[in-house]
Design a binder for this molecule. Structure first.
Ligand SMILES: [Zn+2]
Length: 381
């Protein structure tokens, strides 16, 4: 009798505990926070601070804010200590945990030490591609040079060759819109903290190429700028930056809940996939972007199906800070050269076609005369 009542009591206790843990269960929404670099890879260096240390400090503060304000969110870190993790493994951690959001945290550096401010990147190479974005992606991606077997693992990707980056033009991911929206929340958050807002950008970051959820890479500021370095390494600066990202997270999460509640669009069995996860070398790339956009729209239940806009490809051959006269020797005898102006820079292009194969052929030819030439995409309208 005594024993039975004890059993009964234990049963009540267990079921109560189960109920409590069920109602406050973290994990309805999973966010992966990825502090860039670590261990043998310090990332960018300032005069005294190291990127990896700043990234980790801000990441941990961000995670704490999320955990204490959103009980239903599970926070997963790719690292919580100073250790080296391969780029692909960071994406794998997010995919294995079926994350709903991936935030990679980095600190920036450029040779030009006067530059300061924040940027948030999504994967891609839009028409707004700049040499600066490329320089930043190259620096971040060269972390793979510290990995064993990186040539094999990244299928011949050379982080320091601009040619390797053309493939990102074709790596449309069905979460791109959501990623860009989240990125703009983050940039607004930074602006509210009076950080210089250098905008939402796109570049070819390897760490984002395999993630199967909305993903961004945040550049907190420039360690190469003396006064920004002081801010980045200060506890108050790190708290402020973490808070700015947190407010963006909070907004994103509320929107996510609203959409999930009203439209029942959250369906974990609708296995997300990157539209172009195959990391073919640009030479072997044959499919056209139009096909990709269509399949992306069709496979996405949450984004509205829309007619795919035709894109025009051109080969950008050179830039100049003034308009070149007709027959300029810099054009190397090429006629029918076109140009567009961006931030007072004249950007000269050659050829125009909607076919990727054609532009690839043209690009190979043109590169013999202009070794830095690359393919650029324009919206048709
Ligand atoms: Zn970095």
């Amino acid at each position: 009798m005594k024993r039975d009542s004890f059993k009964y009591l234990r049963l009540i206790l267990i079921s109560t505990l189960c109920f409590i843990s069920f109602t406050s269960k973290a994990g309805n929404f999973v966010v992966v926070i990825d502090p860039g670099h670590g261990g043998k890879d310090p990332g960018a260096r300032g005069t005294s601070a190291l990127e990896k240390t700043i990234n980790l400090a801000v990441s941990l503060k961000l995670g704490e804010l999320i955990e204490s304000n959103h009980r239903d969110v599970k926070v997963v870190y790719t690292r919580k200590t100073d250790r080296f993790i391969e780029l692909d493994e960071r994406a794998n951690i997010a995919n294995r945990n079926k994350a709903d959001l991936f935030i990679s945290i980095h600190t920036n550096a450029l040779k030009n030490k006067t530059v300061s401010g924040t940027e948030t990147y999504t994967l891609g190479l839009g028409a707004g591609r700049t040499d600066e974005n490329l320089e930043i992606a190259m620096r971040e991606n060269s972390a793979i040079l510290l990995e064993d077997n990186y040539e094999q693992k990244y299928e011949g990707f050379n982080p320091n060759s601009s040619e390797s980056y053309i493939i990102f033009e074709f790596m449309q991911n069905k979460f791109m819109e959501q990623s860009i929206e989240f990125a703009s929340h983050i940039q607004k958050g930074f602006a509210r903290k009076n950080r210089t807002n250098r905008g939402v950008r796109q570049a070819g970051f390897l760490v984002l190429r395999k993630t199967t959820m909305p993903s961004v890479l945040v550049e907190l500021g420039y360690i190469s700028n003396r006064s920004e370095e002081q801010y980045l390494r200060s506890n108050s600066g790190q708290s402020e930056l973490a808070h700015a990202i947190y407010t963006a997270f909070d907004k994103h999460k509320r929107e996510h809940d609203r959409k999930a509640g009203s439209a029942q669009t959250t369906n974990r069995s609708d296995a997300p996939d990157t539209a172009r996860s195959n990391f073919a070398r640009s030479n072997g790339q044959t499919s056209s972007r139009n096909n990709t956009s269509t399949s992306v729209a069709q496979s996405s239940r949450t984004s509205k199906t829309r007619a795919s806009k035709a894109k025009t490809y051109k080969v950008q051959i050179l830039t100049s800070n003034r308009k070149l006269p007709k027959g300029s020797s810099r054009l190397k005898g090429y006629s029918n050269v076109d140009y567009y102006v961006e931030k007072n820079i004249y950007k000269y292009t050659y050829g125009s076609t909607e076919s990727y194969n054609e532009i690839l052929k043209l690009w190979r030819k043109v590169r013999k005369d202009f070794k830095d030439a690359f393919i650029i995409t324009f919206d048709a309208d």
